[in-house]
Design a protein around this ligand. Structure first.
Ligand SMILES: Cc1ncc(COP(=O)(O)O)c(C=O)c1O
Length: 418
């Protein structure tokens, strides 16, 4: 979309939501659990970086499904790959082989510079798989006495919503009322290498970290932290598990956020963009020594590694192999951060963090909550999401044009100066 169209769009989006929106929201709320608090917009279609609601208003998507839509809405290559596979075979279960499986595993392992892939569906399932893998590796390979394996995680982590994963969350909203909690996890402050070093014992099997903490507000650890974690885990025979579900696959300007420190973990946990915003696809990717611990029947998923998922993910991998998306995220990301940093200290913005096309913007609470700013941006045709009270997250699809990004930034500046 051109800037002119985008400007027209402002007028559309500013128009008061009609009965159609109100009705759609009321009926959604009537029959769904209230475990989300969406912005009051009802999307009907989308293309590239733009979404259109039930009233025909257009919105610039600056969230991209929390990075699941790195390649934009309705990406032609991904839709074509999905359509072609839909006509052939969609599901076999892992009771049988199918003809997209080998290529998916080979090519994903190659993209990661690893040897083996264990496919799942959602991010949380992949994290659960990583936890099970690390424990099994600890008992079978490292020689930790039965039942004693421990995994170190970071404060303010977000790794998903299962009972085991929320057991090691430090966010009361995510954790309260879900006990009894799964034992075996030690929490240390994120970015604090000394605390992490002190927490490692002979029973530690893994350190599980987000290389950049997304849900916490796009927190980038201090320089040298990831490299330090790599050195520590290697020296103590502990697995370094990088949860790159949100940070990986191009978002930060590299295929993996760990690359910014020249670090290769023992295990990547991937999801979100691996399914191209078309189908849920996740995976654990590691060495043969680590993923080789599983024997038949010891772990699995009916839909994990299904033909449709593999076909779409294969196209995602092919797109990432070219490097253009990473380069685009790096270049547009530099521009985004330059512009956002100009807002710091101007009264409304307290801090900006992030890397590539990914930013957490801390709004001065006196100016409004993250939710209020998100609603005001929505009124101007831009969709973002708040987190932790006063932060907004910006993560547009990597296919966004510079003109559209600039238009989105104009709207932010306008909201903050209102
Ligand atoms: C770093 C990270 N890990 C895991 C998850 C969980 O993924 P899913 O919602 O697909 O279960 C998320 C989701 O936001 C995430 O950001």
């Amino acid at each position: 979309m051109s800037t002119t169209e985008a400007t027209t769009n402002t007028t559309d989006a500013t128009a008061t939501a009609s009965a159609a929106t109100a009705e759609a929201i009321a009926s959604a709320e009537a029959h769904s659990a209230h475990n989300y608090h969406p912005l009051p917009v009802v999307v009907a279609s989308a293309e590239g970086a733009w979404m259109t609601d039930v009233e025909g208003r257009r919105f610039l998507d600056m969230l991209a499904g929390y990075s699941a839509l790195n390649f934009g809405h309705g990406n032609r290559r991904l839709i074509d790959a999905a359509k072609a596979q839909l006509e052939r075979v969609t599901l076999t279960s892992r009771a049988f082989y199918h003809d997209r499986f080998a290529a998916f595993c080979d090519e994903l392992a190659a993209l990661c510079g690893m040897e083996m892939v264990l496919p799942m569906n959602t991010g949380a399932e992949a994290v659960e798989t990583a936890v099970k893998t690390a424990r099994k590796w600890g008992y079978r390979v490292k020689g930790v006495p039965d039942g004693r394996a421990r995994i170190i995680v970071a404060s303010d982590n977000f790794h998903g919503r299962t009972t085991t994963i929320v057991s090691f969350s430090t966010d009361p909203e995510a954790r309260a009322d879900y006990g009894p909690y799964t034992p075996g996890f030690d929490v240390v402050p994120y970015g604090d290498l000394e605390a992490l070093t002190a927490a490692v014992t002979d029973d530690t099997v893994a350190v599980l970290l987000e290389p950049i903490q997304g849900e916490a507000g796009v927190l980038v650890p201090p320089p040298g932290y990831l490299a330090g974690v790599r050195e520590l885990t290697t020296s103590r025979n502990v697995l370094f598990i990088a949860d790159e579900i949100q940070s990986g696959l191009g978002r930060t300007g590299k295929t993996f956020a760990c690359e910014h420190e020249g670090v290769v973990p023992d295990m990547y946990v991937l999801g979100k963009a691996l399914g191209g915003g078309v189908v849920p696809v996740s995976a654990v990717v590691s060495s043969a020594e680590v993923l080789g611990v599983f024997k038949a029947g010891e772990h699995g998923s009916t839909f994990g590694g299904n033909p449709l998922a593999c076909a779409v993910a294969l196209e995602v991998i092919a797109m990432l192999r070219g490097g253009e998306f990473q380069q685009r995220a790096a270049e547009l990301g530099d521009h985004l951060h330059h512009e956002l940093n100009l807002l710091v200290g101007g009264g409304a913005v307290r801090a900006v963090r992030g890397r590539g096309l990914w930013a957490g913007v801390d709004i001065d609470p006196a100016r409004g909550t993250g939710r209020e700013i998100s609603e005001q941006l929505m009124e101007r045709g831009v969709l973002v999401k708040d987190t932790h009270g006063s932060t907004i997250r910006i993560a547009p699809p990597l296919v966004i044009s510079k003109e559209d990004l600039d238009w989105g930034l104009d709207q932010l500046r306008a909201v903050l100066s209102d």
